[in-house]
Ligand binder design. Structure first.
Ligand code: SAM
Length: 267
């Protein structure tokens, strides 16, 4: 079946076996594992996942590929080792398609929804234990490297990100304009919120306020943009001092622990 790749759906298919093998190794799949793959495309990664996992669930938006996948993996579909779901991953209710609490996400995702995919799975009620994603190289660097950003903190508050390997554009067909990277996010949980008795929304409100003007000091950003119980500069200074945070620091130089400390002292 000749399927013309759709740019609008981020269709850049992985064509190098060695890269597929590294993705699989990174995911460290055991024979009891249930894996969710976003955007299986023509099934290059799906095929490898099926060799290792107990069960694979794939969600694909392009109905031309659904037909292709059903033909290619006919026997795995019959034995229910593979479940093919047609739909948009952002609209899928994970609790409905997965009847397990323990699963991994492994995918070469469409880059136009990278941020939304990461957000969906990290904040999901049923979070995966690990996520292995092919993402744009710069995105992986921004998540892992310092200085911190809203994106890096939004990942680190749920899990531990690791930059695994740069993947050159030549390993995809059609070849994209940018290089990619394999990103692993492991030990995913909501423990930071639970252990520190902090609400997820409060954390994100604080971080967004802190980063609202990049050049300004944290103190000034929080004074104008953060909803405090008794909002005034003196109270804010007090919170920062108690949290051992300089009054002349910018948001990008705070660690995850610093943000948590601010919330813990905000009462
Ligand atoms: N996994 C395949 C591979 O490695 O060769 C294909 C990867 S390609 C970068 C991204 C895939 O995601 C395409 O098959 C595309 O149709 C699919 N896709 C795009 N948007 C999607 C969405 N919102 N939900 C689910 N799948 C989507």
């Amino acid at each position: 079946m000749n399927i013309k790749p759709k740019k609008s759906l981020g269709q850049n298919f992985l064509k190098t076996k060695e890269i597929l093998d590294i993705v699989i190794q990174t995911a460290n799949i055991k024979d009891k594992d249930i894996v969710l793959e976003i955007g299986p495309g023509k099934g290059a990664l799906t095929e490898k996942l099926l060799e290792k996992a107990k069960e694979v669930i794939v969600v694909e938006k392009d109905n031309r590929l659904i037909e292709f996948l059903n033909e290619k993996f006919e026997s795995d579909v019959k034995t229910k080792k593979l479940k093919i779901i047609e739909g948009d991953i952002l609209d899928i209710d994970i609790c409905e398609v997965l009847d397990t609490l323990q699963y991994k996400v492994v995918a070469n995702i469409p880059y136009y929804i990278t941020g939304q995919i990461i957000k969906k799975f990290l904040s999901e009620e049923k979070q995966p234990s690990d996520i292995v994603l092919m993402v744009q190289k710069e995105v992986a660097e921004r998540i892992v490297d310092k200085p911190e950003s809203i994106l890096s903190l939004s990942v680190k508050v749920y899990g531990t990100p690791k930059y695994i390997k740069t993947v050159k554009a030549k390993h995809f067909s059609p070849q994209p304009k940018v290089d990619s990277a394999i990103l692993l996010i492991k030990n995913i949980s909501k423990n930071v919120f639970i252990e520190n008795n902090i609400k997820e929304n409060d954390f994100f409100d604080l971080v967004k306020a802190g980063f609202s003007h990049k050049r300004k000091y944290l103190l000034n950003n929080l004074e104008t943009n953060w909803i405090l119980m008794n909002k005034n500069k003196e109270k804010l200074k007090d919170i920062l001092e108690k949290s051992d945070i300089s009054l002349k620091i910018r948001a990008e130089n705070l660690s995850l622990e610093d943000w948590i400390n601010i919330l813990k002292h905000n009462f």
